[in-house]
Ligand binder design. Structure first.
Ligand SMILES: NC(=O)c1ccc[n+]([C@@H]2O[C@H](COP(=O)([O-])OP(=O)(O)OC[C@H]3O[C@@H](n4cnc5c(N)ncnc54)[C@H](OP(=O)(O)O)[C@@H]3O)[C@@H](O)[C@H]2O)c1
Length: 243
């Protein structure tokens, strides 16, 4: 296993939820971390929660804007690992009612932006470093009705990683697929109803509880450190695919 000590890691989505958990875990492993998100306020709050560590810098970038992504990687310079957890709540309407403009924006924000990140990161990412993207349980257990768009998006990441792992070798390309994780995305989507949803799911899960960002962050750390893991999707879902 390669150590993360002194490695430079770009965490897109690092201002909140799973990405913030990855940033904290990478710092604990001795890395320098660059966190990326659209909102400067969220980035500042994240830097505070990470203890204003001098090893953390931030860039406010909307990854749906290619020129901004290109500029950000120019500014970051050479680095060792890319992690992306960026995402927004998916459209959840039944297929007959779905708004195609909303679907296009969702594909853009999740999938096209991952392609954009890979394109521009590949210029300055160390050969033999890694890229790790984020899919999710909705590809395996889609909400019914309304899960088709998010399932198609999340499901495509595994194949994206297979192809890129070959194309960019020896750089490794992997995916983490989380089950439900207690993050601000849930507060945005369902507000106080989160407590009830989580209690019901925890009672069904073989693991018996909902994941924290720290639980899932350990998988991203493993995929950055493991020199022989590439083209892999790692499921951290407490057994949610089984129930
Ligand atoms: N939480 C779960 O239960 C769960 C389960 C399975 C999969 N996932 C997936 O895991 C990913 C992370 O989820 P989370 O729960 O950690 O969400 P979160 O707490 O809402 O964090 C999302 C992060 O992405 C950033 N972001 C969103 N759009 C962006 C854009 N266009 N450009 C740059 N940054 C952007 C956000 O910052 P700004 O808003 O400031 O841009 C924020 O830092 C999502 O893709 C989600 O679908 C989550």
């Amino acid at each position: 296993m390669a150590s993360l000590k002194g490695q430079k890691i770009v965490v897109v989505g690092g201002s909140s939820g799973i990405g913030l958990g990855v940033a904290a875990a990478a710092l604990q492993h001795g890395a320098d971390v660059v966190i990326v998100g659209r909102s400067s306020e969220k980035l500042e709050a994240a830097q505070c929660s990470l203890g204003q560590d001098r090893r953390v810098t931030s860039f406010a970038v909307d990854i749906t804007k290619e020129q901004d992504v290109a500029r950000a990687f120019d500014d970051v310079g050479p680095f060792d690992h890319l992690v992306s957890t960026a995402g927004t709540p998916p459209p959840g309407d039944a297929i007959e009612r779905i708004d195609i403009d909303v679907v296009r924006r969702f594909f853009d924000s999740k999938l096209i932006s991952a392609v954009t990140l890979a394109k521009h990161a590949a210029r300055t990412l160390r050969k033999g470093g890694s890229m790790t993207f984020t899919s999710g349980i909705n590809k395996d257990r889609p909400p019914v009705p309304g899960g088709a768009v998010v399932a198609a998006t999340a499901g495509s990441f595994g194949y994206f990683a297979h192809a890129l792992a070959l194309e960019l070798a020896p750089t490794r390309v992997n995916v983490v697929s989380p089950g439900w994780v207690d993050t601000p995305m849930w507060d945005d989507m369902v507000g106080e109803a989160k407590v009830g949803y989580f209690a019901q799911m925890a009672a069904r899960l073989p693991a018996g509880r909902i994941a924290t960002p720290a639980d899932v962050a350990a998988a991203y750390v493993y995929l950055m450190e493991s020199e022989l893991t590439t083209g892999e999707t790692m499921h951290i879902d407490g057994g949610q695919r089984l129930v």
